[in-house]
Design a protein around this ligand. Structure first.
Ligand code: KPL
Length: 296
């Protein structure tokens, strides 16, 4: 039986826990506040069916019992959540980073150098209507791939996820997929959060989407991503259309006065751009506007 340990039980972590447990896979939650020990969690599937589940709770001192670690915290929580596991997590345990945005990998690589490291993205829709209630709002794709040579040996994890999730697969080009998702998030999330509108509102502003994508082209080319401008624009508009009625995660974060993931979306793009000598004035302006709202 597959045994997963999740670090981070927000909307995505809770929905993945529900999907995995419904498929008969074993899940434990590490060091989470979602309901506290002994509290049942409610998973609601896309048909509205509810399943109550009680995943085992682990503490940091149980680290030797972890078989594979799925990190579903927010990007800005990754370092703090993983720090107590340094020197405790057995070296053979694969670590799979599955969060929005980019920019945590180098820290994990540095502090867990011996571990198989995997990167993942998921577009499954997830909501957390209450502290212990998780709703799967839309089917999506989940991709994972290796971030180091040891990670290459973990391809089998993709088929285990595929047995429980709507679509999951192994990608030999996970970084390109991460960048593609990053572009989508770096356009949709700040625009919808600043204007407090659903994702579909961007369909009325294709020129704005185009200008933000165009600015990224030199940076994307430096990553070996040489697709034409229309490819990036269409990607963003397609996701805006498919999730038209949804609130982006950044809009939700601002509404609930939570920290946003801007530092791992447009902020990551700006750091990469500075390193490579590329100017991103439009993304810089979005970044600053979100930061201003966040601190207000
Ligand atoms: O990933 C998302 C998010 O809100 O963070 C998108 C793709 C924009 C869907 O809402």
């Amino acid at each position: 039986m597959s045994h997963w340990t999740l670090l981070g039980c927000g909307a995505v972590g809770g929905v993945l826990t529900g999907l995995l447990m419904r498929a008969g896979q074993q899940v434990s939650l590490l060091h989470t506040r979602a309901g506290g020990p002994g509290t049942a969690l409610v998973f609601e599937d896309r048909q509205g069916q509810r399943l109550t589940f009680a995943p085992e709770r682990l503490q940091v001192q149980d680290a030797s019992r972890i078989r594979r670690l799925l990190v579903t915290t927010k990007a800005y929580q990754v370092a703090a959540a993983l720090t107590p596991l340094i020197g405790r997590l057995p070296a053979e345990v694969p670590i799979l980073l599955l969060h929005n945005g980019m920019g945590t990998e180098s820290w994990v690589r540095e502090h867990f150098p011996a571990h198989p490291l995997l990167l993942g993205i998921t577009s499954n829709g997830a909501l957390r209507p209450g502290p212990t209630h998780f709703r799967h709002t839309g089917p999506g794709e989940t991709w994972l791939g290796a971030a180091n040579p040891a990670g290459e040996a973990c391809r089998g994890l993709a088929s285990e996820l595929a047995a429980a999730l709507p679509h999951a697969g192994w990608s030999d080009d996970i970084r390109a997929r991460q960048w593609t998702k990053l572009v989508i998030n770096a356009v949709i999330n700040p625009l919808t959060a600043l204007e407090d509108v659903p994702n579909g509102a961007l369909l009325a502003e294709p020129q704005r989407v185009r200008a933000l994508c165009a600015e990224l082209l030199p940076l994307l080319e430096r990553q070996g991503l040489t697709q034409p401008l229309d490819y990036w624009v269409q990607n963003v508009l397609t996701v805006a259309r498919l999730t038209a009625g949804n609130a982006s995660s950044m809009r939700e974060d601002l509404r609930h006065h939570r920290q946003t993931e801007i530092d791992y979306m447009n902020g990551f793009l700006l750091r990469e751009a500075a390193r490579l000598g590329v100017a991103l004035p439009r993304h810089q302006a979005l970044y600053q506007a979100i930061k201003a709202k966040e601190s207000a």
